[in-house]
Design a protein around this ligand. Structure first.
Ligand code: GLU
Ligand code: ZN
Length: 301
């Protein structure tokens, strides 16, 4: 156990939707190394908001696999800590407060477009940035383009007024992304990153009509509440970082630093996902592989 000598706080934020694989292990290992090098601490957050895909057996497996691999944390769903609960599914009150702040700031609006109109999901949108560069792709790479149908300025005044009185539940809510604003941040790994709002991404969901916050809102709410100073995660979330920066700005909060890790690919260059069961930490362990040996292969790359 390394003594804490700074205010650095990092987090591991796996989603229990399957068994963790080597790609997760690599990102989490980097997160741990960075927390150690900074003399800070690392916490574990269970990103289990997606009730349809998250399973209790994956939570147990997740904790077990992380520990087997040599990862440790000082606060988490199994250990407790000052920011309990560490399961997102139990933190809806915290998310509701953040939603209320956004609504009071006038930056969110209800959207009645059907799922068919716009495909959107509660899960973190895992895009495929190439080499850390953001590419304006049709549908913005990771999420379908929202055409702005329900933006207040596109509604007749009486409808706008009517919707202003709607309660939160029972309708989807979107964050109003400004048009044509150049956003920038310096990534700890990839260096300077730019995106243009309205071109690279547009109005994203913050609250779903089944009363579940979106990944973007929950992630920011938790990183604020849990006093995270640096977010270390996969490069597939680079574009989401810009969405989250807009949330920090709207909430008047200081954003953490960001360090995105290059994605691990298999021999054919395909990104490792949970469907690559052969490369799950479980399977590797059963095959007699050791964490030391697996880490040694990264060093050789
Ligand atoms: N739980 C999210 C995922 O598995 C990660 C969120 C994050 O690190 O911001 O994609
Ligand atoms: Zn709409």
């Amino acid at each position: 156990m390394v003594e804490k000598t700074s205010n650095y706080r990092g987090r591991l934020a796996p989603s229990p939707t399957g068994y963790l694989h080597l790609g997760h292990a690599r990102t989490f290992w980097i997160a741990q190394e960075r927390a150690r090098a900074a003399g800070g601490e690392l916490i574990l957050r269970n990103d289990d908001l997606d009730a349809a895909r998250c399973k209790p057996e994956f939570v147990t497996a997740m904790l077990d696999d992380l520990r087997w691999f040599g990862l440790g944390w000082v606060e988490g769903p199994d250990l407790g800590g000052p920011h309990t609960p560490y399961n997102q599914s139990q933190r809806v009150d915290c998310y509701a407060d953040v939603f209320d702040e956004l609504r009071a700031a006038g930056v969110v609006y209800p959207c009645t477009c059907s799922r068919k109109d716009v495909q959107s999901a509660v899960a973190a949108p895992h895009g495929e940035p190439s080499g850390g560069r953001l590419e304006p792709a049709p549908g913005f790479g990771d999420e379908p383009h929202y055409p702005g149908t329900c933006r207040p300025e596109n509604l007749p005044p009486d409808e706008r007024l009517h919707r202003a009185a709607w309660p939160r539940d029972g309708v989807n809510w979107r964050f109003r992304v400004p048009d044509g604003v150049a956003l920038e941040f310096t990534d700890g790994h990839f260096g300077p990153q730019q995106a243009v709002t309205g071109r690279d991404f547009t109005d994203f969901l913050v609250w779903r009509k089944d009363n579940v916050p979106s990944y973007q809102l929950a992630c920011v709410a938790d990183d604020v509440a849990m006093r995270i100073t640096e977010v270390v995660r996969g490069a597939d979330l680079l574009l989401s970082t810009f969405r989250q920066l807009l949330l920090y700005r709207a909430l008047g909060r200081v954003a953490p630093l960001f360090f995105h890790c290059p994605l691990v690919t298999d021999d054919r260059g395909t990104r490792l996902a949970k469907r690559h069961d052969a490369l799950s930490l479980r399977a590797l362990r059963e095959q007699g592989r050791t964490p030391e040996e697996l880490r040694a292969t990264w060093a050789a790359q």
